[in-house]
Design a protein around this ligand. Structure first.
Ligand code: ADP
Length: 411
């Protein structure tokens, strides 16, 4: 049986563990913050009750002696150790009296321990210092942004609460550092995406409005001009249409809303179908499509999605080839199946290769727009390949051509 004190500790630690699990599993950021704060408050209560109990005439049983107390203590340590949030408790003299491994990593991984260090010895950040100082005055602070400038930049949201005191003013202050590096990065990506989408939509929309206005102000009288203007309007409208289709497609794939129906796919036939659907465009550009896939070649994939990937890559091969060029499709079996789409076009300068699969990344923005590109085709191919458990790679030599390869795992 637990003695009175470990019983209370066991209860507190259990609450702490449950709250930690909740903080780890919930997806809502605000709920996470709420649970994490509750975890930390429970941890602080545990800490201070243990300190008080140690000071009493009837102190806590020696943890190393009692197996029950040892279990409680291990559970407590495991809870603190598994938290991603850094936890730091300081006393009235601004000395660290408790911390967890996440705080240790954040402040001074080279120091053997943080406890008994002064806060000023750990950080020179005035925002952190004044938040803890406010905590000792009984004032709660939150939303303080703390950045680390090591090799890996991290961003934290600091919240400090006063603790203890029993009406005689706080005995200490507890700070929790929420790691918001990922959330912040996602927010930047989201903003960039929105600004790219707005920009991409605005260009064709401006053209459409301008030509409609020209037609309205008299150009309609001239049959030849109005025909030309209407075809420009159509071209820009279909660009917007294509862009919206690609955005929806990419959002569905990235959001995990696309389910693959993988099966054995006769590759030669599939490539032949894609080539047939792009034959008119290839002919208009003076490009020859060559299907070099063996007649009996087979891969394991979702045929509709593989068709989509090949269409994007072959279409690019046509768009970025010179007149008289060739786009060749091959298959190389191995531990993984490799499907190559090779063109002998202009090639891509090496410095662009690393970012080529990013959304809206283009080597020549104006040229891509001019030939009806959305800048999303390769991002879609990348995500579809990843969804198959494979990847897409690129090799290119300036002036010689480009090879895109889809690597697919075997069944
Ligand atoms: P886009 O709609 O512009 O084709 P993609 O995502 O399909 O968008 O391609 C991104 C960019 O990669 C293109 O704008 C182009 O600069 C470059 N690119 C793609 N495929 C080729 C290729 N076969 N040869 C040369 N450049 C290519």
């Amino acid at each position: 049986m637990f003695s009175e004190v470990p019983k209370r500790l066991a209860l507190l630690v259990s609450v702490c563990v449950v709250l930690t699990v909740l903080a780890l599993v919930v997806t809502s950021f605000s709920l996470r913050i709420v649970f994490s704060v509750l975890v930390l408050l429970t941890a602080a209560i545990i800490f201070f009750s243990r300190r008080k109990d140690t000071n009493r005439s009837n102190p806590l049983p020696d943890l190393s002696q009692s197996p029950e107390s040892f279990a409680v203590s291990s559970l407590f340590e495991a809870t603190m150790g598994s938290m991603r949030e850094g936890l730091l408790v300081v006393d009235k003299d601004m000395r660290v009296v408790a911390s967890n491994p996440a705080a240790h990593r954040l402040f001074s991984p080279t120091l053997p321990k943080l406890n008994s260090q002064r806060l000023t010895e750990l950080t020179r950040n005035p925002a952190i210092y004044s938040a803890f100082l406010d905590g000792l005055k009984g004032v709660e602070s939150s939303g303080i942004k703390v950045e680390t400038h090591g090799p890996e930049r991290q961003v934290f949201d600091l919240r400090v609460v006063p603790i203890g005191g029993n009406g005689k003013g706080p005995e200490g202050a507890l700070g929790v550092f929420f790691d918001i590096t990922r959330t912040e990065r996602l927010e930047i990506i989201r903003q960039e995406f929105l600004s790219n989408v707005s920009h991409e939509l605005r260009t064709p929309l401006t053209a459409i409005l301008a030509f409609v206005e020209t037609l309205e102000t008299g150009a309609m009288e001239d049959a030849e001009s109005s025909q030309r203007f209407l075809s420009i309007i159509r071209k820009n409208a279909s660009r917007m249409h294509g862009l919206i289709d690609d955005i929806l497609e990419l959002t569905a794939i990235e959001g995990g809303n696309v389910t693959l129906r993988a099966a054995t796919v006769e590759l030669h036939e599939l490539v032949a179908e894609v080539c047939a659907s792009l034959a008119a465009k290839a002919a208009a550009n003076g490009v020859t499509l060559v299907n070099r896939v063996e007649p009996d070649a087979a891969v394991f994939a979702d045929s509709r999605r593989l068709e989509q990937m090949l269409t994007n890559l072959i279409d690019n091969g046509i768009k970025f080839s010179r007149e008289g060029g060739t786009v060749t499709i091959r298959h190389e079996p191995g531990t993984r199946d490799r499907i190559m789409v090779e063109d002998n076009g202009d090639g891509i300068p090496a410095q662009h290769l690393e970012r080529l699969f990013e959304r809206f990344y283009r080597v020549d923005r104006a040229r891509s727009r001019d030939i009806g590109g959305t800048g999303l085709g390769l991002a879609i191919v990348k995500h579809l390949a990843l969804l198959h458990g494979g990847e897409v790679t690129v090799d290119s030599e300036l002036g010689k051509g480009t090879i895109f390869s889809i690597h697919l795992p075997k069944r």
